[in-house]
Ligand binder design. Structure first.
Ligand SMILES: Cc1cc2nc3c(=O)[nH]c(=O)nc-3n(C[C@H](O)[C@H](O)[C@H](O)COP(=O)(O)OP(=O)(O)OC[C@H]3O[C@@H](n4cnc5c(N)ncnc54)[C@H](O)[C@@H]3O)c2cc1C
Length: 440
């Protein structure tokens, strides 16, 4: 039987960063079920195109991890100013919608401005304050008013989450939804303003290799990475994992980065109540249609499509992050469609998507499409609802009691971003090196 101090499940950014931090300090073994490491930050090469699992842009918020990421990428990166839009009623509004109402047709602008003023008069507009567990729909109407909610916040978020917005909570919003103050909303309704708001007004992206350049740099020189090795079951009492291709692995502590819900399902004879709590965790699924297209047109990075006549919720132009993602004279697009608990039929979806791309002005002619690749993200956005609030703390604390650190976007079952996965991998490995218990 293999024995290790630390078993790491999953070779995405959080698992790889943990392995890199443990290297030379503790015995570790990283098991990744796919043939390559990278997780959601992987890139796929096809006939001269490099496709990511949708746009994967590095927005850096913390000095330590920001420096580490840029050091790993060496000079292989661009620094880019966001150029994002919302397609509505045949026109375009710069992102964020709530701070750029000036570009809307008069009637809609008036609904949005009046609704926002009413929300301000009720004392809540612009504050963004959400009590824990507050339904997203109420939060949006309180914060932005009825008009902004009706024309953007509600239809867009329903398309993304595919979950009833009176059951989705607003607990995820604070870092991700730009919250202009009343002055900024009103100024944005009557004159062109800066779009530098939100968590990613400036971002970094690898010059060569797609976003896979980052996990590749992290994995370089790591000794105990085992790809094609899937965790199949776990015995908490004996601290033994059964992994395809490796057999039984006895560990001292375990870092889990695979989706929590499916990790817990692998536990043999789990503590009482754990399965029932786990059954409360939900997530949606994203299908990314990557397209290689002849010619290049707009300089936009991505456009949001809140209207239901478009199947997809966002369409991006990856070659505007790095022109090296496509052969000369071509561009590369990524189109994102969400589902909840249902499969998407790619054939039927493609027809609707192509029609939408032409209507939305993203491509001129279907004949320009010369390459395509569907990438599916089965567990994409974890659902924030009251059931998550009830189930997550006891699940994580049961795992912590068994020396399991469950981290990363899916291990911790949250809405987060690449730098945060790197940060958690780093901090968790350091805790293990200094012998501190998992966070409860
Ligand atoms: C549509 C979309 C767009 C995004 N865009 C951005 C963006 O622009 N910027 C940004 O910063 N972040 C973005 N993110 C978030 C980002 O992808 C994640 O935060 C980050 O990549 C997660 O890394 P991770 O290591 O925590 O998890 P993952 O990358 O999911 O790694 C987990 C690993 O576990 C492996 N695994 C699963 N089951 C098993 C098993 N049984 N045994 C062994 N291994 C297993 C998986 O194969 C995977 O490699 C986006 C996410 C989505 C869904």
């Amino acid at each position: 039987m293999i024995k290790t101090d630390v078993l790491i499940v999953g070779g995405g950014l959080s698992g790889l960063t943990a392995a890199r931090t443990l290297q030379g300090k503790k015995r570790y073994l990283l098991a990744e079920k796919e043939p390559l490491t990278g997780g959601l930050a992987a890139s796929v090469k096809k006939n001269g195109f490099t496709f990511d699992y949708s746009g994967h842009l590095l927005h850096l918020h913390w000095k330590k991890t920001g420096d580490l990421i840029l050091r790993l990428l060496k000079n292989n990166h661009y620094k880019i100013r966001r150029n994002a839009w919302i397609h509505l009623k045949g026109g375009e509004v710069p992102y964020p919608f709530q701070a750029n109402l000036y570009n809307l047709p008069d009637k809609i602008k008036s609904e949005c401005v009046c609704g926002f003023l009413e929300a301000c008069l009720r004392g809540k507009g612009g504050s963004g304050h959400a009590r824990a567990g507050m339904p997203f729909k109420n939060w949006s109407i309180n914060t932005f008013g009825a008009g902004i909610s009706k024309h953007f916040m509600l239809p867009y978020n329903y398309k993304l989450w595919q979950y009833p917005l009176d059951r989705l909570t607003a607990d995820w919003c604070a870092p991700f939804v730009p919250m202009p103050n009343p002055r900024e909303v009103l100024e944005g309704a009557y004159r062109t303003r800066s779009t530098e708001m939100g968590y990613n007004p400036v971002f970094y992206y690898p010059r060569l290799g797609g976003i896979q350049a980052l996990p590749d740099a992290l994995a370089k020189g790591l000794k105990d990475i085992h790809t094609g090795c899937e965790l199949r079951s776990l015995n908490l009492k004996t601290k033994t994992a059964f992994i395809n291709g490796l057999g039984a692995v006895k560990y001292g502590s375990l870092i889990n980065t695979m989706p929590l819900k499916y990790f817990v399902e692998l536990i043999k004879s789990p503590p009482a109540g754990l399965r029932a709590l786990n059954a409360k965790l939900r997530h949606n699924t994203i299908y990314v249609l990557n397209l290689g297209v002849k010619g290049t047109s707009s300089k936009k990075h991505w456009t949001y499509f809140p209207e239901s006549e478009f199947l997809f919720y966002r369409a991006g132009i990856a070659t505007n992050f790095s022109r090296h993602l496509a052969p000369k004279g071509c561009s590369s697009l990524y189109i994102e469609t969400a589902t909840y608990g249902a499969d998407l039929d790619p054939g039927a979806a493609e027809k609707k998507i192509f029609r939408g791309l032409i209507k939305g002005g993203v491509i001129k002619n279907e004949k320009d499409i010369i390459e395509k690749l569907w990438l599916k993200i089965p567990c994409a956005y974890v659902i924030y609802d009251s059931a998550r609030n009830i189930a997550l703390p006891p699940i994580l604390s049961t795992l912590a009691d068994n020396n399991i650190h469950s981290i990363g976007r899916y291990g911790a079952w949250k809405y987060s971003f690449m730098e945060e996965s790197v940060k958690e991998g780093l901090e968790t490995a350091k805790k293990i090196i200094t012998n501190r218990a998992p966070r409860r």
